[in-house]
Design a protein around this ligand. Sequence first.
Ligand code: KIV
Ligand code: ZN
Length: 528
Amino acid sequence: MNDSHIDSNCCQGSLDKKRVYTSKFNELFLSDEIPKHVTVFDTTLRDGEQTPGVALSCADKVRIAKALDELGVDVIEVGFPAASQGEKDAVKAVMDLSPTSKICGLARCVKSDVDAVADSGLNYVHTFIATSDSHLKYKLKMTQETVLEKAVATIEYAKARGLEVEFSCEDATRTSLEFLKKMHIAVQEAGVDRINVPDTVGTISPTAMEYLIRELKTVTKVPISVHCHDDFGMAVANTLSAVRGGAEQIHATINGLGERAGNASLEEAVLALMAFYNVETSINTKMIGPTSKLVSRLFGYEIPPNKAIVGKNAFAHESGIHVHGVLSDPSTYEAFGPELVGVERNIVLGKHSGAHSIKEKLHEYGIELDDEQIAQIVEKIKDLADNGKEIDDAELVVLATHLAEQRQSKHINLDEFAVFTGIRTTPTAVVTLDINGEKKTGTSIGIGPVDAAINAIKTVMGNVFTLEEYRLNAITGGSDSLCEVMVKIGKKGEGKAISVGKGVGSDIVQTSVDATMEALDRLYSRLE
Ligand code: KIV
Ligand code: ZN
C-alpha cells in the first residue's frame, strides 16, 4: 500500500471491528486461502463507461480519476486508448494529475492497441482475448491455437515496450478448464504480471467461482484477479468467492456500473471483503459515499434508493421500533455505521414514525417541544401519510414551528366546512363556526374555492372583517408539498391589517381556512 493513501482518520487497511456489527458465524468460514491483502482495480472509467447511454467528457474522466485516487484504489483502468483521440487525451489528462493509483489502459491482443496504450504515456496495459468456444466460433472465428499465439505475442510485445501487463481470457467462466489452464501457463511464460479471470456474462455461481480460482491457482504463480458481471445479481458474491479461492485482486466499479447489469460494485465488494473476511485493502472507506455521489452525477445515473451502502435508504429508518433501537444503539438495525462509508443516517418520517424519531429530528434543528406537542405532530404525520404524503425535514420544521407558536385558548372554532367547485360551477362554501359555544352557519360563493371559503367565514361573522393580505408558500418543490398560508385581516372600513394567522397543511383550501380562523380568533380574543 502506498503511504500517501493513508489517512489516520479513515478505515484503510482493516476495518475497526467495533464499528461493524456482522454475524459471528462468518468467523467459522475464514480460511488460510483468503489473502490478507487484496488490491482493488477500478474499472469505472472503462467498463463503467460502457454502461448503455453513458459517454464521459475528458473533464469528467479527470474529476472521477481524482476521486478514485483519493478513494485509494490501487489501479484505475482509465479507458481504451485505441478507441479514439478523446480516450488518448483523457489518459494524458489523468496522467497529468500524477496520481498515486496506477493508471491502466485496455488493449485487444493487437500491437496497435498496445502502442496506443504506451504512446499515451501509460505504464500498465490490460490486454484481453476471448477464449470460450462460443466467442471463438461466433465472434473471433479463430482456433484455440491462434488465440493462444496472439495472447503470447501481445504480452511479449507489451513487455518489450516496458509495460506492466495484466491479461484476461475474456469469457473465462465459459471456457474449458483445460484450455484456460493452458492459456494461463502460456501467458506466464510470455512474462505476464497478473492474470484476470472475467465472468464476462455473469454466468457462474459463487461456489463454482471458488472452485475455478482454486483450480487455476494450481498452475498460476502470478497474482490472480477477478472481474465479475452482475447478470444474475451475483457479481459481488462471485467476487468474494474468488477471493475465498485465493484471488489477490478484484475488478470493480463505483455504484456497480458497467455493461448490461453492470460489474461488481466496489463499495459492496470492498466492505464485504473487509467485514466478512478481515481482508485489508487500500480503500479509504470514508470516501465511498462522496465518490459514489460524484460518479452518479457525472454518469447521469441515479443510485437506486435501496442500493446497499450508498443508496439513500441504506441508513434510513422510519418505523418507530427501528428508530428507537438505532438511537439507543446503532448495532440494533445497522450492519455498520454510516460514518464508516462517508454517508449519513436518515430518520424518515412516515406512517411508521414514532415520538422518538420526531423528537430526534427536531432536536437536530434545535426545536424542543413537549410530549403533548410531539404527540400532535405524530398524529398529523400519520394522517398525512395515510393520504399518501411523506414529510421531509423542511416540512417537519414548519409544522413544529407552527405548533409551537399556536395559541391555546380559542374563542372561535371551526365546526364544519365544505366547499364545492368544478368546471362551469361557481365555487360555493358552507361553514359552521362555534363562537363561544354558539353555532352559526354561513354560505358564500367566490372566484375560487379559497375565496368562497373565506367569504363564507366573513358571512358567518356578519361581514365585519376584511382580508387585507393572503400569502401562500409551498414548503418544498413537489405538487404534493405541504403549504403554508399566512392571512392578515382588518376591520371593515379601516383598511389596515390588525390580526394575523398562519396555517400549515397539505390542502390549500383547508389550510387557508385554518389560517383565517387563527387570525379571527386572535382578533376576537383581543376585543373581548
Ligand atoms: O467483462 C469482460 O470480459 C471485460 C474484458 C475486457 C476483461 O470487461
Ligand atoms: Zn467486463
